[in-house]
Design a protein around this ligand. Structure first.
Ligand code: GLA
Length: 401
């Protein structure tokens, strides 16, 4: 009897420990770059190495973009021991050697699989091989797994069970591997994915490189995704984040998975708005553009440390939407030490004047209002008045005096 009790207490201790170690990952929203929206399944080790070099030389790594994530299309089936293997034409040196290459640059490597037998693009996936695949990923030196849900049953109970199985396998692998749940929001993953061991979960369908979808066009643009993700602030926190999909910044309509369904590209003002909105929503900041050829505007959008600071704030709070009308979208995010951030988006087609006052935001005390895109103080008397251009987002840090 005593022995049985001992076994039970060791087991429950292990479960608690594994849950603890899972939520101690991604204590701030993950930042990085992912292959999908530009390259689709046309990836190989030369492309990945080139991106790793560019992440390093462009200053992205230094700014905090830590994860380089290989999405669908890397798989080459299973060997005669059922170990998952990479496509040997795309990845002739193997994934471990690629992991060594990116790790040497201070970058972490992510990979992709799916909770069924085949992935969304029809490649080998992990159902019934969870432990074996997690072990393989750990041996390769993988630091992040995006786990998709194509070809899997629609009900939530099965999704919960399959994601729990894989998160347990990742924990059991002994390596710290961030777990990204990707079932596109249909089963309300914000209500169960953290309990299933997820560190982040997609809240919507795939983002397209456009501002807003047109009637009968299909595909979500930046605004369509904000409409959903903006309401979910109660569910985000350190170790468990809402994921509104990748940043389309700098794609400019480049041919690839995000260019279909009207994804013809956005203006720089709109791309900068995506950065502001994703930052204030404490969303993962995952770029997907060609980092080897970024123009100066794109670099400026990605590398603004004050904007990144709002996203990565240790409080880990997602902004609340405090106003939504036909013209405006306003978000407020509490930050460490009594500071806050506010995003003011003009959704209309013309420039509009507006004002904010600290009193109306229900904040107490005195604040300095700093425009983090202009890097300058724009209000010191608890209020700001000014113009917001069409589709522009003003992003201010309210610094408690
Ligand atoms: C799904 C995901 C995308 C991408 C593709 C890969 O559509 O939502 O982000 O991973 O699968 O096939």
């Amino acid at each position: 009897m005593k022995q049985l009790l001992l076994v039970i207490s060791i087991l429950s201790c292990n479960i608690l420990l594994s849950q603890h170690s899972r939520s101690s990952l991604a204590t701030t929203p993950p930042m990085g770059w992912m292959t999908w929206n530009l390259y689709g399944e046309h990836i190989n080790e030369e492309i990945i190495k080139g991106i790793a070099d560019a992440m390093d030389s462009s200053g992205m790594v230094k700014a905090g973009y830590q994860y380089l994530i290989i999405d669908d299309g890397w798989q080459g089936g299973r060997d005669n021991k059922n170990n998952i293997i990479p496509d040997n034409i795309k990845f002739p040196s193997g994934i471990k050697s690629l992991a060594d290459y990116v790790h040497a640059k201070g970058i972490k490597l992510g990979i992709y699989s799916d909770a069924a037998s085949l992935t969304c693009a029809g490649y080998t996936a992990s159902l019934n091989f969870e432990e074996q695949d997690a072990k393989t990923f750990a041996e390769w030196g993988i630091d992040y797994l995006k786990y998709d849900y194509c070809n899997a049953p629609a009900d939530s109970a099965t999704a919960y069970q399959r994601y729990t199985k894989m998160s347990g396998a990742l924990t059991g692998s002994g390596r710290d591997i961030v777990f990204g749940v990707c079932e596109w929001g249909g089963r309300k993953p914000w209500t169960w994915a953290a309990a299933a061991g997820g560190n982040l979960w997609r809240t919507t369908g795939d983002i397209r490189d456009k501002w807003k979808t047109k009637p009968n066009e299909g595909g979500d643009g930046i605004m369509d995704i904000v409409a959903v993700n903006g309401n979910l602030s109660a569910h985000a926190g350190p170790g468990h984040w809402n994921d509104p999909d990748m940043l389309v910044i700098g794609l400019y309509g480049a041919k690839g998975p995000s260019s279909d369904l009207g994804g013809i590209g956005c203006s720089d003002t709109e791309y900068q708005s995506q950065m502001s909105l994703w930052s204030i929503m404490a969303a993962p900041l995952i770029a997907t553009n060609d980092l080897t050829r970024m123009n100066d505007v794109t670099k400026k959008i990605f590398l603004n440390s004050e904007v990144i600071g709002i996203n990565q704030d240790r409080e880990g709070k997602q902004a609340q939407r405090i106003n939504s009308s036909a013209e405006w979208e306003i978000f407020l995010k509490p930050l460490q030490n009594g500071d806050a951030a506010i995003a003011i988006l003009n959704k209309s087609d013309k420039p509009l004047d507006t004002m904010i006052s600290i009193k109306d935001l229900k904040l107490t005390g005195n604040y300095i209002i700093r425009d983090v895109w202009q890097h300058s103080v724009v209000g010191a008397k608890n209020s700001w008045k000014g113009k917001v251009m069409s589709h522009e987002t003003k992003l201010f840090r309210l610094i408690r005096k």
